[in-house]
Design a protein around this ligand. Structure first.
Ligand code: ASP
Length: 326
C-alpha cells in the first residue's frame, strides 16, 4: 500500500475520521495528465480546467502532456500512478473506445480508474485542407468517390475521437481511406493546413479558429445538432447532408487512479463542480461550441454509469467495423 493511502487509513484508525487524516489535501501542485499533444482540443480543455480548479483546490494545477497511441499511453501512466489525488487524467471518449480497439491495453476501464465527473460535451466537424476543390459536402462526396483509397484522413491515433469519427465516416460512405495518425490533432492540423493530408474530424474547440481564419474548409457537423457559432452558421450536420444518424459526439471526463482515498475523491469532485460553475470557463467553452456538463454525470457514480454505457455502445460499433490494434 502506498504512503498516502496508508496515511489516510492510519488516520481513520487513530483519529476515527479519515477526513482528518486527508484534511490537508492538496498540499502540493496537482498534475492533470493530457494523453494528447499540446495545443490540441484535450490540451485546451485541460488548461482551462486547470485554471478554474486553482481556486477551489488552493493549489497550482499543472498540465503534463503524455501523448501517443491514441491517448492510451497517458491513460496507462495515470492508471499506474500513486493514487494520492496528485496525478489525474483528463480524457475523452477514447476512454470508452480503447478497450475494444486495443487487444493489449495496459489498463482496465472502468476498473483501474475513479471517475470524478464529466467535464463537457464537445461537438466535432469534418474539415478539409484549404486547397480541396470541393466547396460543399455533396462535392466532397464526389471527390472522395473518384479518388477512393488515395484520400487520406488525419487522426490523433487509434482510439482518438478523430479516429473514431473517421472510422464512422468511411463506414457511412462505404469507402476506405488512408488513415494518417499523429500524437494529437494539433500536429495533424498543421499538416492539414499545409495540405499534406486531405481531411480530418476535429473538435470545434480547435477547428473553429481555423475555419474563421479560412485556413481549412468545413464540410459538416458530426453530431446531430447544428452549432450556434458564427463560423458554423451555414454548416449542416452530416446527418442532414445524407449520412443519416451520423453521430459522433465527444465528451471529456476527469479521472483519478483506482485506490485514491474517498476523502480525496470527494474533495476533487467538489473542486470540479465549483470549477465548472466558473463564469469565465463557461464563457470560453461556449464560444467554442462546448457544453459544460451540469447533470448527474458530474457525479462520480453518474460518470461511471455513463462511461460503462459508452464503452458498451462503442465496443459494438468497433467490433462490427472489425477494427483493432495489437
Ligand atoms: N483529443 C485529441 C487531441 O487533443 C484529438 C482527438 O481525439 O481526435 O489531440
Amino acid at each position: 500500500m502506498n504512503n498516502t493511502v496508508w496515511r489516510c487509513v492510519a488516520g481513520l484508525a487513530l483519529a476515527g475520521s479519515a477526513t482528518l487524516a486527508c484534511a490537508d489535501f492538496p498540499e502540493k501542485p496537482v498534475t492533470l495528465v493530457v494523453p494528447f499533444a499540446a495545443g490540441g482540443p484535450s490540451d485546451k480543455i485541460a488548461r482551462d480546467l486547470a485554471e478554474a480548479l486553482r481556486k477551489p483546490l488552493g493549489q497550482t494545477v499543472i498540465i503534463e502532456n503524455a501523448a501517443g497511441a491514441g491517448g492510451t499511453i497517458g491513460s496507462a501512466k495515470v492508471a499506474r500512478a500513486t493514487p494520492d489525488g496528485y496525478t489525474l487524467l483528463v480524457h475523452h471518449i477514447g476512454m470508452a473506445t480503447a478497450p475494444a480497439l486495443y487487444r493489449k491495453l495496459g489498463y482496465k476501464v472502468p476498473e483501474d480508474f475513479e471517475p470524478l465527473g464529466l467535464i463537457n460535451e464537445a461537438p466535432s466537424v469534418l474539415i478539409g485542407k484549404p486547397t480541396l476543390a470541393a466547396n460543399s459536402f455533396a462535392e466532397l462526396r464526389q471527390w472522395i468517390a473518384s479518388n477512393g483509397g488515395k484520400v487520406n484522413l488525419a487522426n490523433a491515433g487509434l482510439g482518438s475521437a478523430s479516429h473514431l469519427c473517421g472510422l464512422m465516416f468511411q463506414s457511412a460512405l462505404k469507402t476506405n481511406m488512408t488513415p494518417v495518425p499523429y500524437k494529437g490533432t494539433a500536429p495533424a492540423m498543421t499538416d492539414l493546413i499545409g495540405g499534406q493530408v486531405d481531411l480530418m474530424c476535429e473538435q470545434a474547440t480547435n477547428a473553429v479558429p481555423q475555419i474563421e481564419g479560412k485556413k481549412v474548409k468545413v464540410y459538416g457537423i458530426t453530431s446531430l445538432q447544428r452549432l450556434p457559432l458564427p463560423a458554423l452558421k451555414d454548416t449542416a450536420t452530416l446527418s442532414e447532408s445524407g449520412l443519416k444518424d451520423f453521430n459522433v459526439q465527444v465528451w471529456h471526463g476527469l479521472y483519478a487512479p483506482r485506490g485514491t482515498p474517498p476523502e480525496v475523491l470527494a474533495k476533487l469532485n467538489a473542486a470540479l463542480r465549483t470549477a465548472l460553475k466558473d463564469a469565465e470557463l463557461i464563457k470560453r467553452e461556449e464560444a467554442l461550441g462546448l457544453t459544460v456538463v451540469a447533470d448527474d454525470r458530474l457525479d462520480p457514480a453518474g460518470h461511471k454509469k455513463f462511461l460503462i454505457a459508452e464503452k458498451a455502445r462503442w465496443s459494438k460499433v468497433i467490433q462490427d467495423a472489425g477494427e483493432y490494434a495489437d
